[in-house]
Write a protein that binds this ligand. Structure first.
Ligand code: V4E
Length: 220
């Protein structure tokens, strides 16, 4: 399913009071505001997230974020460029049968049945909800093709911005990194510290032991 797989390249940043004004100044157009409800699932032993795989239900739709095939060897080989080090890229699968197949594989489950749309597959795969929160998201697009900026505010009080470019499977990740870098410059983002995502902060507060484990295994 080529059509249901894409790579999401993104860089998170700290947003301030001035971020919206800066976005307007560089010609970004607000394309909407919406509330997002996320529920994340894993086994009680966290078999997915310990492999950097993130299964979630967002507003009724299933999504699975997985490391890209290349990312392991990239990190093992040459040192990532500074630009790339600020960004993450994940393969995103949005077709439920493909998600079920992938999870079955990763968890080493014996049988791939034809699962139903209902939620019985979750308990069959021993998956439980370990995180649930809402986010108010304002989205902006930039003229530079395919660049989207999201400003997120969670119901647990965390604000974070995200510059994002979606690349079709097999597409040019380097070009996406460059677009993100140019956008970051135009937004005046100079600080090169890594900014924590919503899930970092959520896990730190709600699952401190698992958070520590993910940190020590370099997943967060
Ligand atoms: C991939 C990932 C997680 C799943 C949530 O992904 P994230 O991009 O943080 O969430 P969100 O809601 O902004 O998704 P979008 O709407 O863009 O699809 S939780 C942790 N990770 C890994 C990870 C990481 N190691 N480092 C950073 C900076 N972000 C994410």
């Amino acid at each position: 399913g080529e059509s249901t797989m894409s790579v999401e390249v993104e860089r998170k940043f700290l947003c301030s009071e001035d971020t919206v004004r800066t976005l307007e100044e560089i010609g970004a157009v607000c394309v909407g505001q919406r509330q997002i409800q996320d529920r994340y699932f894993d086994t009680p032993r966290f078999d997915l997230t310990l492999r950097d795989m993130w299964l979630r239900n967002r507003g009724g739709c299933w999504e699975l974020k997985c490391p890209t095939v290349a990312s392991g060897s990239e990190e093992a080989g040459s040192k990532k460029s500074e630009m790339a080090a600020l960004c993450t890229h994940y393969r995103e699968i949005t077709s439920l049968p493909e998600i079920q197949l992938k999870v079955t594989e990763v968890l080493g489950l014996s049988e791939t049945r034809s699962w139903h749309q209902d939620q019985s597959w979750l308990s069959n795969m021993n998956l439980v909800c370990f995180a649930e929160f809402k986010t108010e998201r304002r989205s902006f697009t930039l003229e530079e093709g395919g660049v989207q900026v999201d400003l997120d505010q969670t119901d647990f009080g965390y604000h974070v911005g995200e510059i994002e470019v979606v690349v079709a499977e097999g597409g040019d990740i380097q070009a996406a990194l460059e677009k993100i870098q140019r956008t970051a410059q135009r937004l005046g983002l100079t600080a090169d510290q890594k900014v924590e995502g919503k899930m970092h902060v959520y896990l730190q507060r709600n699952h401190p032991e698992h958070y520590a484990r993910l940190l020590s295994e370099h997943i967060l």
